[in-house]
Ligand binder design. Sequence first.
Ligand code: NAD
Length: 502
Amino acid sequence: MREMGQKIGRLLGGLGVDPALWADGSMPSVTPLTGEEVGRVRVADAAVIDERLERATAAFRSWRHVPPPRRGELVRLWGEELRAAKDDLAQLVTIEAGKIASEGAGEVQEMIDICDFAVGLSRQLYGLTIATERPGHRMMEQWHPLGVVGVISAFNFPVAVWAWNAALALVCGNSVVWKPSEKTPLTALAVQAIFDRAVARFGDAPEGLAQLLIGGREVGEALVDDPRVALVSATGSTRMGRAVAPRIAARFARAILELGGNNGAIVAPSADLDLALRGIAFGAMGTAGQRCTTTRRLFVHDSIYEGFVGRLKAAYASVAVGNPLEGEVLVGPLIDRAAFEAMEAALSAARAAGGVVFGGERVCEGASYYVKPALVEMPSQTGPVLEETFAPILYVMRYDDLDAAIGQHNAVGAGLSSAIFTRDLTEAERFLAASGSDCGIANVNLGTSGAEIGGAFGGEKETGGGRESGSDAWRAYMRRATNTINYSDALPLAQGVSFEIE
Ligand code: NAD
């Protein structure tokens, strides 16, 4: 306990976090590595929430006038600060979220990548000039800053999701208020301290441009309901999305919803099976099955089923599970006891539905929850296979007809990520076609997880429909104004309408 606490203290201190912020609050932070408490943070009460939203509103009113490339300069400095802090922040991610070292570092790299992307974007926030039917007129669209952006994030990407949102929101001229997961408040404090260093170097950013609100669901609800928040970007379970979506809609605010996934992959007979094995092993076991894009369902063609699933089981049997601080492991812990219990419940339900479970045992005692990833051969897609269980469970099923397999693939509520492994061009194209995968992400010959920031990220159906990160996702953080300018002496009406007054 003391050793972990000291390590956290050194990391937070090195990143410039005031000890008063994490040493004596009412909300504990527990590391899943050992189940020990490593900090206590203060929860934002109604007065603090109100004060920060007031500041965020004032910050927006001033920041929106700053030219976008200058706004990009702040994000460039933030990226520099992140580069300098990368190793320490990555270790914090490992301690608070349980990720193995390379995944912790990868998550911080994702923050750096989106900063680079957003700096370029700050010179590319362009609208269209549109052909008009009226002589002597010009029609165009402009993209204006939107307002205060409220970000609610999940425990499993404790720093990157914030950066995806904040980097775009800031270059788009908005202020940002972040409610991180109650399971990862210390990394959030560190991220805020790193951002504040960039603000100090920038010089004249308005106070309150990016702020933190620590707390649980009630703090999230305050952001969801507050009319000062123009856009709520909420990442988490579909259950959370069902709760927040109607509330945001009731006040006609904007929402970006990034919710649960139940991601499937198909292994076709022509696939490069070595490559498929690696892609599926990382997708299904990486991050201990706690990614929104984790591979949870696998459809393997009958003709290769026995051999391929046998190799997969061997990979499952040999994967190193353990504390990422204590050795070269590939699978760290589940986040907490509730996650372990959900995994146990899903495995029992799978057995009851005729599933044969390989792996899935807990491999430790005490207050941490390390499990062997589970591979479950299912007779059909029923029961727990239809839902996301946020743990390393891969349900494996046979198929003999690709169209039927695509139909099964699409027959779940979530629609986030998907993959096919094939060297047959027609199969790959069928999977990517309009009648193919119904997900926001569809890959060929790579797994369902590990997206890069250049593409728009998000999914359909119960995943919520939101898009973040690359491509033109920035448009969700701005408001569009269509402008028509008449430079003639006449006033022709559109559609030939006549309205002559004396
Ligand atoms: P969660 O839904 O329990 O919590 C997510 C966040 O929402 C937390 O900050 C929580 O405090 C807040 N919250 C919960 N209920 C709320 C409410 N009623 N009003 C306002 N805020 C509320 O999710 P989690 O366990 O932290 O994360 C795992 C889930 O997140 C998985 O379902 C995973 O698939 C999903 N996820 C999705 C994406 C994506 O981009 N689609 C990315 C990461 C995680």
